[in-house]
Design a protein around this ligand. Structure first.
Ligand code: NAP
Ligand code: G3H
Length: 481
C-alpha cells in the first residue's frame, strides 16, 4: 500500500485517515455506455491484515469518545453529503445506471439517515434493573446495564444502493462506538469512496472508518473469516449471504438478502391505485431493488381489469439512458441481463402470456409483463432483479396467501384491498418482514424496522434497531450489604 492522490481517474482507499492505493487496480466501466469511469485499488490479503489491525487499534479511543461528540461528527457528515448531493448523484448514476432523480434521492435520503442516526444514538440509554422482583432476591442488588460497542464492524454493501446501504451500516455502527471497515460492491465502489471522503471531511478520526476495495471473489472469504471482525453487516444476494453465514464462524451477523415480494390484489381493491403502485414498485430502477414487486397474485374476478390498467401505466415508463430521466435503464452487467432473458424464455416456453416487452438492446431490457404465469415456471419463484413481472391468477385470498408463503423468500409483501379486515387477515398470515397495505413494497422511512425472514435475511435494520444490533448490553452488578 502507498499514499495516493485521488484524481479524476483513480480513486483511493481510506486508511488510518489517509488515502492509499495499491499497484494492482480494478477498472470500473459504466453500465450505461461501457465507458471507463475510473480505477480503484485491488487490495491484497496482506493489505487487509494491515487495515484490520488499524481498525482494531482505532476503535479503542473512538469507543471512549462521548456519544455527543460522535453525534456531532455524524451531523457534520450529513451536512457535507447534502452539500455534495448533486455531484455524488451524477457519479452514482454513471456507476450503477440509476436514473438521476433516484440517484439524487438516494444521496439526500442518506444524509437524513445519518442525521437521524446521530440523534437516535444520543437516546440509546442503558437501564438500572432492580433484583427484588425476582424470587429469592432482595433490594440490595442492582444491575447497571449500558450499551457498549462490539468492536470492528465489517460492512459489505450491494451494487444497487452503494451510498445508502453503505451509510445505513456505517452510521449506526459509528454512533455505537465501533470502528468500521467498508467493503463496497466493486461496481459501486467509486460512489462508496466518495461517501468515505465525506466522513473524513467531517472530522472522523483516522482508522475509525477504513475502506477495502477489491473483487470479493479474491478477498471476500478472507476478510469475512478474520477473527478480529466482531460483526458482519451484509447486504446482497441470498447465495452470498448464505455462504458468508457458513464460513464466518462465531461472529454475529446481519443479513439483508434477496426477495420475491408479492403484490396481492383482492377483488375489493382500488384497481387504479393498485396498478399505479405495482408498476412503480416493480419497474423503478429496472426492478433492481430488493423490495421491488416481483410477482402479482390477483384474484381471477378482477384480473382482466387490473391487467388493462397495468398495461396503461407500463406504457408511460421511460426506457433508455438514466441521463435522460428514464427509470428503466440498462442492467448492471450483461450476466444480469442474460439471467433475466433466461427467465423470460422459460416463461414463454412454458406457455405464459406475454403482454409487453421481451425486447433487449445490450443490457437494456424493456419492461416485460407476463400474464397466466403458473407455479411451474421459474418466474414464479426466482428473483429476476430486472424489469420483468409475472402475474399469477388465483381463485381467492387463501390461494394468494398459500402461493405467497411457498416462496423461499420473505422480505415484504403488499396487499391491495379496501376491506380493512381482509387487509389484516392477509397481513397476519404472510411470512415476511413487513406487509404494506395499499402501497408498494419499500424500505423507507429508514427508521422503520426492516427485516427479512427465511432466505431474505437475518436480524432487523432500521436506525434504532441497527444501533442495537451493533452494540451490546454490558451489565455491571452492584451488591450492597
Ligand atoms: P452480491 O453479488 O451478493 O454482492 C453483494 C456484496 O457482497 C458486494 O459487495 C460483493 O462484492 C460482496 N461479496 C461477494 N462475495 C463475497 C464473499 N465471498 N465474501 C464477502 N463479500 C462478498 O449482491 P449484489 O448483486 O451486489 O446485490 C443484489 C442482491 O442484493 C439482490 O439479491 C438483492 O435482493 C439483494 N439486496 C437485498 C437488500 C435487502 O435489504 N434485503 C438490499 C439490497 C440488495 P463484489 O462486488 O466485489 O463481488
Ligand atoms: O434494494 C434494497 C433497498 O433496501 C430497497 O430500498 O425500497 O427504498 O428502494 P427501497
Amino acid at each position: 500500500m502507498f499514499n495516493c492522490i485521488q484524481n479524476e481517474n483513480h480513486y483511493c482507499n481510506l486508511f488510518n485517515g489517509n488515502w492509499i492505493s495499491t499497484e494492482k487496480t480494478i477498472t470500473i466501466f459504466s453500465p450505461i455506455d461501457d465507458k471507463i469511469i475510473g480505477t480503484v485499488p485491488a487490495m491484497s490479503k496482506e493489505d487487509i491484515d494491515k487495515v484490520i489491525a488499524n481498525s482494531k487499534t482505532s476503535q479503542i479511543l473512538w469507543g471512549e469518545t462521548p456519544i455527543s461528540e460522535r453525534a456531532e461528527i455524524l451531523h457534520k457528515a450529513a451536512s457535507i453529503l447534502e452539500g455534495k448531493a448533486e455531484e455524488i448523484s451524477k457519479i452514482l448514476m454513471n456507476e450503477i445506471g440509476k436514473d438521476i432523480n433516484s440517484s439524487l434521492s438516494e444521496v439526500k435520503r442518506t444524509a437524513e439517515f445519518i442525521r437521524f442516526t446521530a440523534d437516535a444514538g444520543k437516546h440509546m440509554d442503558g437501564e438500572a434493573i432492580g433484583a427484588d422482583n425476582f424470587p429469592g432476591f432482595k433490594k440490595n442488588k442492582m444491575s447497571f446495564a449500558q450499551r457498549v460497542p462490539l468492536g470492528v464492524v465489517l460492512a459489505i454493501s450491494p451494487f444497487n444502493y452503494p451510498i445508502n446501504l453503505s451509510a445505513s451500516k456505517i452510521a449506526p455502527a459509528l454512533i455505537a462506538g465501533n470502528s468500521v471497515i467498508l467493503k463496497p460492491p466493486t461496481q459501486g465502489s467509486i460512489s462508496a469512496l466518495h461517501l468515505a471522503r465525506v466522513f473524513q471531511e467531517a472530522g472522523l478520526p483516522g482508522g475509525v472508518l477504513n475502506t477495502v476495495t477489491g473483487k470479493a471473489s479474491e478477498i471476500g472469504d478472507y476478510i469475512v473469516t478474520k477473527e478480529e471482525i466482531n460483526f458482519i453487516n451484509f447486504t446482497g444476494s441470498t447465495e452470498i449471504g448464505k455462504h458468508i453465514a457458513k464460513i464466518a464462524g462465531m461472529v454475529p451477523l446481519m443479513l439483508e438478502l434477496g426477495g420475491k415480494d408479492a403484490a396481492i390484489v383482492l377483488k375489493d381493491a382500488d384497481l387504479e391505485d393498485a396498478a399505479k403502485e405495482i408498476i412503480s414498485g416493480a419497474f423503478s430502477y429496472s426492478g433492481q431493488r430488493c423490495t421491488a414487486i416481483k410477482r402479482v397474485l390477483v384474484t381471477e374476478d378482477v384480473a382482466d381489469e387490473l391487467v388493462i390498467k397495468m398495461l396503461e401505466k407500463i406504457k408511460c415508463l421511460k426506457v433508455g439512458s438514466p441521463e435522460d430521466g428514464c427509470e428503466v435503464t440498462p442492467l448492471i452487467n450483461s450476466e444480469s441481463a442474460d439471467f433475466v432473458e433466461d427467465l423470460i424464455k422459460n416463461a414463454l416456453d412454458k406457455g405464459a402470456t406475454l403482454l409487453c416487452g421481451n425486447k433487449r438492446e445490450k443490457n437494456l431490457i424493456y419492461p416485460t409483463l407476463f400474464d397466466n404465469v403458473t407455479t411451474e415456471m421459474r418466474l414464479a419463484w426466482e428473483e429476476p432483479f430486472g424489469p420483468v413481472l409475472p402475474i399469477i391468477r388465483v381463485k381467492d385470498m387463501e390461494e394468494a396467501i398459500e402461493i405467497a408463503n411457498k416462496s423461499q423468500y420473505g422480505l415484504q409483501s403488499s396487499v391491495f384491498t379496501q376491506n380493512i379486515n381482509h387487509a389484516f387477515y392477509v397481513a397476519n398470515k404472510l411470512e415476511v418482514g413487513a406487509v404494506q397495505i395499499n402501497n408498494k413494497s419499500e424500505r423507507g422511512p429508514d427508521h422503520f424496522p426492516f427485516s427479512g425472514v427465511k432466505a431474505s435475511g437475518m436480524g432487523t435494520q432500521g436506525i434504532r434497531y441497527s444501533i442495537e444490533a451493533m452494540s451490546r448490553l454490558k451489565s455491571i452488578v452492584l451488591t450492597v450489604d
